[in-house]
Design a protein around this ligand. Structure first.
Ligand SMILES: Cc1cc2nc3c(=O)[nH]c(=O)nc-3n(C[C@H](O)[C@H](O)[C@H](O)COP(=O)(O)OP(=O)(O)OC[C@H]3O[C@@H](n4cnc5c(N)ncnc54)[C@H](O)[C@@H]3O)c2cc1C
Length: 402
């Protein structure tokens, strides 16, 4: 039998890859993790970072099970209990609330860098995990299951997991094709300072140019995500701060209060990608390496965490039963478990993109009726709220407190 240096090697120590390393460490498996960038030390005095995510209740349960949730919220996070959605220029609003589900909140807005930092801190305490950080995987020999790093080191692993993000080099090296769609929209993201302290609510306005979202951050801060045509986003991005502040001010409702400053801003192209297979013998794609979606419903990393929990459960169960977890037939169980849910989420996001772009009377009347129904029909309202917190059938074991 072939001898490997590690049982599992994870390439990419972002939020999803790092979470997998922590999850596998509850067994006797030897795990390696490769990541080029060590997360920065947290400084509570600096403004919130640009990249933030709405972490669902389901993901919170996963992070609790990994023993990192306290470390995250003790650094910086903002819970939200309500979501307000409306169409620009229309009077109908839809409110979603955690109280309809009997939950304390719907989720938290958290800086990606904090989630990654706390997971890296946790990994560094786990004997079964060897971290190669900073280091980058340069080449992979799939016959020998061998990874060579830019540091000159190399090692082999029974299972290689590509968690190296949307532009996954490993996916490319493995020759796994993508189904993809480039949206005619980019996102302008900005961390802003606000006159009013943040409330426990996320705001999402559907404008003809694209959705405009405002997410609460701790204290007098907020995260703005503004979707518009690539040219418009470029214009906003290049605007002097005072002018951009006025643009933002004029776009969001007055009750949000004054925007007093812009700490940071960035822009992102939006591409939906879905790998045509997640697995090969001895190889798995995870998180953004397997799929990226339009971020308007804030589900990308939540899907990644659910994939991670399902993969960890599949591997640990097979290992406990003496099965070779790197075999395609075991890995296919993970793919069958997650592909349908991911396809559904991608489909819903695509439909929302199309319905809200159309200015036809029919589309407008569908939108108005849907907003009114979702607001005034309690079972429907509860269904959408459940969806937002990540409550779905066949969830991995660690999320089942929902
Ligand atoms: C504007 C915007 C807003 C978003 N908002 C939300 C939201 O509210 N909620 C939500 O759930 N999702 C959101 N997302 C999606 C979310 O950010 C991603 O799904 C998530 O970051 C993916 O995590 P990941 O760990 O899979 O990949 P990444 O975060 O991309 O991590 C990949 C890691 O791999 C490393 N890497 C790359 N190449 C190599 C290599 N050769 N060797 C070793 N390591 C390598 C990288 O350094 C990186 O750390 C948003 C996305 C965008 C663009």
């Amino acid at each position: 039998m072939q001898k490997y240096t590690y049982d599992v090697a994870i390439v990419g120590g972002g939020m999803v890859g790092s979470a997998l390393a922590c999850a596998l460490a509850e067994s006797d498996l030897k795990v390696a993790l490769v990541e080029p960038h060590a997360p920065s030390v947290f400084d509570p005095e600096t403004p919130c970072g640009l990249r933030v995510s709405a972490i669902s209740y389901a993901s919170e349960n996963i992070l609790k099970a990994l023993g990192v949730w306290e470390g995250i919220i003790s650094r910086r996070a903002c819970p939200y209990r309500r979501m307000l959605v409306w169409e620009k220029g229309q009077s109908v609003e839809t409110n979603f609330s955690s109280s309809s589900l009997g939950l304390p909140h719907l989720g938290h807005i958290v800086e990606n860098a904090i989630v990654q930092l706390v997971l890296h801190e946790r990994m560094s305490t786990l004997d079964q995990v060897t971290m190669y950080c900073p280091a980058k995987s340069e080449t992979v020999d799939f016959m020998a299951q061998k990874i060579t790093l830019n540091t000159g080191e190399s090692f082999s692993a029974k299972l290689i997991v590509a968690a190296d993000g949307a532009h996954s080099r490993l996916r490319e090296m493995a020759g796994i094709p993508l189904t993809q769609r480039t949206y005619n929209q980019h996102a302008l993201v900005a961390t802003v300072e606000t006159a009013l302290p943040q409330q426990d609510i996320t705001w999402q306005c559907y404008a003809p140019t694209g959705p405009q979202a405002f997410l609460p951050l701790p204290g007098h801060q907020g995260s703005l995500v503004w979707y518009a045509s690539p040219a418009q986003v470029q214009t906003y991005h290049q605007m002097p701060e005072l002018k951009l502040k006025d643009e933002i001010q004029g776009t969001f409702p007055e009750r949000l209060g004054e925007i007093t400053g812009i700490f940071s801003k960035g822009r992102f192209p939006l591409i939906r990608r879905h790998a045509q297979t997640y697995v090969r013998p001895g190889f798995v794609l995870l998180g953004d390496a397997a799929h990226t979606i339009h971020p308007q419903i804030g589900q990308g990393v939540n899907m990644g965490f659910l994939d991670m929990a399902a993969l960890a459960e599949t591997i640990l169960q097979a290992h406990a039963q003496g099965e070779d977890f790197s075999r395609a037939r075991v890995l296919k169980r993970f793919e069958r478990w997650r592909r349908w849910d991911n396809t559904l989420m991608i489909g819903i996001t695509d439909q929302l993109y199309s319905i809200f772009r159309s200015q036809s009377r029919l589309a407008q009347s569908i939108r108005n009726t849907s907003f009114a129904l979702a607001d005034r029909t309690p079972p429907l309202n509860k269904l959408f709220a459940s969806f937002a917190v990540g409550k779905m059938p066949h969830l991995p074991r660690v999320t089942r407190k929902l």
